[in-house]
Design a binder for this molecule. Structure first.
Ligand code: NDP
Length: 468
């Protein structure tokens, strides 16, 4: 039997890679891990975590405004962007330190450098620019690819004048006006962040309605709330070119010929798996058309038996907790004698827009496309918090119920605390709760969440359509 340096070699020190490496090492495997950038990956370094911190910062503006109705007099509040960025950076440094410590404590050997496969069992790790070490070659019985993804920008003239979420976290100053291109998670989250912190925001989305794939009521509700806040959301709008003018500002020309002046353009136009330059072809790893590693339900490469891949590099559901769970399933399968596929059903998700979204299960159109008869329960109301403050912001809640089996197929919410509320309800959905289970659950009063267990009459019934 061949003897390898490692039982498992992990490429990528983000959420999935670090969890897989740690758990495998704790289960007794000899584990090495290569990372070419900072530890923690997209989520910790340039994604979920700094985004949420900025999102909290942005929301403070409304808290201050709302305070008036509760009797508080607050002198004119001012925001200092550099302070926020410095404090955020310090927190990210702290978290990165924790990631490094977790790996060391678990006994994982860390290689800082750029990994490239030589063959299915051999990886060369080249020093990162400025590093002094020589290229190191290691062998491993099994490889775990967890190299994540990267932001993409449209191929239009002047695209270089724009920035992506990577740079958004390090801008030297808050622009007076930002134009955000895209209608997905990142676009709506940053629209809320920039707007809340005081910038003017125009959001350009090429399609019919933002957040494609989300429930239509959620999409319409958020679009309306963004506009009410003053975000200039333009649908069917797509930039054709960007020019920098003599005064340093940007001129965005749209595909329909219209133009708009702005100080900065942010592209939030999707992400792609990081597979270029990894040498995966040398191990016979098949890639999908979008560059993702093709894997089976156990996250095993469909073409290279000793190669596994988790997280954004597989482009399944690109969320940190999913990458972590995929990695845990790989470790259970390989090192704990408990093989299991990853369960991608009913994964809850949140969008930290302002107001935020929480959802789990099917959208109304997805459920209808399955040929089911549906009862739709829906409520829209001003949350109690805004009665005294007078803020004109609605909360929307929606349940999608299978009229025959009575199963609650989908839970959707736009409004204050939606992510926190839907996380709890996701347990009920995962457990197969019926509408009657919701009905016999006593509410907590006064909360917004209690509405989910007190919706008695369907807003409408959707008759069966032919399944797609
Ligand atoms: P998304 O895929 O969510 O959205 C991309 C957006 O850009 C879509 O509106 C898309 O339009 C549009 N777009 C794509 N290509 C172009 C183009 N060439 N020109 C103009 N518009 C374009 O990607 P994001 O970058 O927002 O986020 C990436 C992923 O990261 C998310 O899907 C999610 O999995 C994850 N994420 C999760 C978060 C969370 O959990 N809260 C937060 C942030 C990211 P169209 O709909 O027409 O294709």
């Amino acid at each position: 039997m061949a003897s390898y340096d490692y039982d498992l070699f992990v490429i990528g020190g983000g959420s999935g890679g670090v969890r897989g490496a740690r758990m495998a090492a704790q289960a007794g495997a000899r584990v090495g891990l290569a990372e070419m950038d900072r530890f923690g990956g997209t989520c910790v370094i340039r994604g979920c975590v700094p985004k949420k911190l900025l999102s909290y910062a942005a929301h403070v503006k409304e808290e201050i405004e709302d305070a008036r109705g509760y009797g508080w007099t607050i002198p004119e509040a001012r925001h200092d962007w550099p302070t926020l960025i410095a404090n955020k950076d310090a927190e990210i440094d702290r978290l990165e330190g924790i990631y490094r410590k977790l790996l060391a404590n678990a006994g994982v050997t860390v290689h800082e450098g750029q990994a490239r496969l030589i063959d299915a069992h051999t990886v060369a790790i080249a020093p990162i620019e400025g590093g002094s070490a020589d290229t190191v070659t290691v062998t491993a019985e099994t490889l775990l690819i967890a190299s994540g993804g990267h932001a993409t920008v449209p191929d239009i003239p002047g695209a270089e004048h724009g920035f992506t979420s990577n740079e958004a976290f390090h801008l030297e100053r808050l622009p007076d006006h930002v134009t955000i291109v895209g209608g997905g998670y990142i676009a709506v989250e940053f629209a809320g962040i920039f707007h809340g912190l005081g910038a003017g925001v125009t959001q350009l989305y090429r399609g019919e309605q933002i957040l494609r794939g989300f429930d239509d009521t959620v999409r319409d509700t958020l679009a309306e709330e963004l506009r009410k806040k003053g975000i200039d959301l333009r649908l069917h709008s797509d930039p054709a070119r960007i020019d920098r003018r003599d005064d340093g500002t940007l001129l965005v020309t749209l595909k329909d010929g219209a133009t708009l002046e702005t100080e900065a353009v942010m592209f939030a136009t999707g992400r792609r798996p990081n597979t270029t330059g990894l040498g995966l072809e040398r191990a016979g790893v098949d890639l999908a058309h979008d560059g993702a590693v093709k894997v089976d339900a156990h996250s095993r490469s469909t073409s290279a038996a000793n190669v596994y891949a988790v997280g954004d590099v597989t482009n399944r559901i690109n969320l940190t907790p999913v990458a972590i769970e995929e990695a845990m399933a790989v470790v259970d399968t390989l090192y704990k004698g408990a093989p299991r596929p990853m369960d991608h059903a009913d994964v809850p998700a949140a969008v930290f827009s302002q107001p935020p979204i929480g959802k789990v299960g099917l959208s109304e159109s997805e459920a209808a496309a399955q040929g089911r008869r549906l009862e739709i329960y829906q409520a829209s109301f001003r949350p109690m918090k805004y009665t005294l403050s007078g803020r004109d912001e609605k909360t929307m809640m929606k349940l999608i119920v299978d009229a025959d089996s009575r199963a609650v197929l989908g839970v959707h919410m736009v409004g204050l605390d939606a992510p926190e509320i839907v996380q709890g309800l996701a347990v009920a959905i995962k457990a197969g709760a019926t509408k009657e289970d919701f009905d016999r659950t006593v509410g907590i009063h006064p909360t917004a969440a209690e509405e989910f267990v007190t919706m008695r009459e369907p807003a409408r019934v959707v008759e069966k359509q032919a399944a797609e």
